[in-house]
Design a protein around this ligand. Structure first.
Ligand code: URA
Length: 364
């Protein structure tokens, strides 16, 4: 499944785009090709709406026709220079989000040079373009379709629906993990848990989830209730899940520490060493196709566990990326995400988190 966003200027290339669409649907599902962002509601931030639409795609096709560069508004100003030009906003958003951006030349248009473009879409000029010629249209679209199929983070893994028997077995295995932890008096957080009448937090959700979220550690509310993400970070997480039409019951939520550490402090190496074998057991039971890590502790652990080359990179470098690899039960994608708590301290991070969550739509 490759989600393809076609960016074009109506008065420049509408005819070509219609023809391109008719050819592309021979290679891809109709629902995976987006041409026009659905009506933007009154009062909505249209820039954000366009950004979200771009975030949901894997491949961004920028159609460049003969009028693309010089098209003007009614008052004679170049459209590309206008801050609210949809074409410009979408291209700049795709470049910023590191999408695969393919310029597609139609109507004998030439690729613009960097000096002809506004700064924010200037890198478009460096992208290798493909031309759709009038005489070889089908052949050229086929070439484009093959490029898309080869370059997209292809065939994100999906799991077949588990039978009731499998679900029962997995539920029982998760209960066993909980019981082992309850009785593990050697845990570095055992006395803190018992003295404060707290619960361990194994996790919650579908025992056969396609997507497993791993956070940092239960907070006070979570440890009092024995459930993950039921405090303020959980409210943010629920909101993010809602943006991609997911419910908690569709995924599994756990943490890299399964007991609350005192005084909101970060996990210690000793605690990580104790709890991560339990987390490994949870991964092995659920066998997710996607592990979405929330925050740097879970990210570092999973990247190291899977011995990925990205293990030395920071969360600032890796957030929102899809990292495809193998685990003993098959193919898996790791998606590092910021921890929802960042939104509690910095509202501006909410947009980033929301955009990164859009990546998970590939696996729904
Ligand atoms: N923060 C986490 O990392 N996990 C929780 O369960 C709650 C808050």
């Amino acid at each position: 499944m490759s989600r393809i966003f076609i960016n074009y200027r109506r008065q420049d290339s509408e005819g070509y785009v219609g023809r391109l669409y008719d050819h592309l649907i021979r290679h891809f599902e109709r629902d995976d090709i987006f041409m026009d962002v659905d009506s933007i509601k009154p009062g909505a931030d249209f820039v954000q709406t366009l950004e979200d639409a771009v975030a949901a795609c894997d491949v961004f096709i920028a159609i460049i026709g003969p009028q693309w560069l010089h098209a003007v508004t009614e008052s004679g100003e170049r459209r590309l220079d206008q801050w609210n030009d949809f074409v410009r906003i979408e291209i700049s958003s795709a470049l910023r989000q590191n999408k695969l951006v393919i310029p597609v030349l139609v109507g004998r248009a030439k690729m613009p040079s960097p000096s002809q473009l506004p700064d924010e879409i200037n890198p478009l000029a460096r992208r290798n373009a493909i031309e759709l010629s009038h005489n070889h249209f089908s052949h050229d679209v086929e070439k484009l379709a093959n490029i898309i199929k080869e370059s997209v983070p292809a065939n994100p893994s999906f799991k077949p629906r588990a039978t009731n028997e499998v679900l029962r077995r997995k539920e029982a295995a998760l209960k066993a993990v909980r019981l082992d932890l309850v009785n593990a008096t050697t845990s570095p957080l055992y006395s803190f848990r018992v003295e404060n009448r707290l619960f361990p937090v194994i996790g919650e959700g579908s025992p056969d989830a396609n997507i497993l979220f791993i956070g940092e550690a239960p907070g006070k509310t979570e440890a009092e209730q024995g459930r993950p993400f039921c405090g303020p970070s959980g409210t943010v997480l629920d909101e993010m899940l809602e943006t991609i039409s997911l419910k908690r019951e569709d995924v599994f939520l756990t943490n890299i520490l399964l007991d609350r550490p005192p005084a909101k402090r970060e996990p210690t190496p000793e605690e990580l060493a104790f709890y991560t074998p339990f987390v490994d057991r949870i991964v092995d039971i659920i066998q997710p196709a996607v592990i979405a890590t929330l925050g740097r502790f879970a990210m570092q652990y999973i990247l190291k566990k899977l011995d990925l080359p990205e293990k030395r990179q920071t969360i600032t470098q890796l957030h929102g990326k899809l990292i495809k690899t193998h685990i003993h039960y098959g193919e898996i994608h790791v998606v590092p995400l910021f921890h929802p708590a960042v939104v509690l301290y910095s509202a501006s991070q909410k947009d980033t988190l929301r955009q990164d969550f859009q990546k998970l739509r590939l696996f729904l």
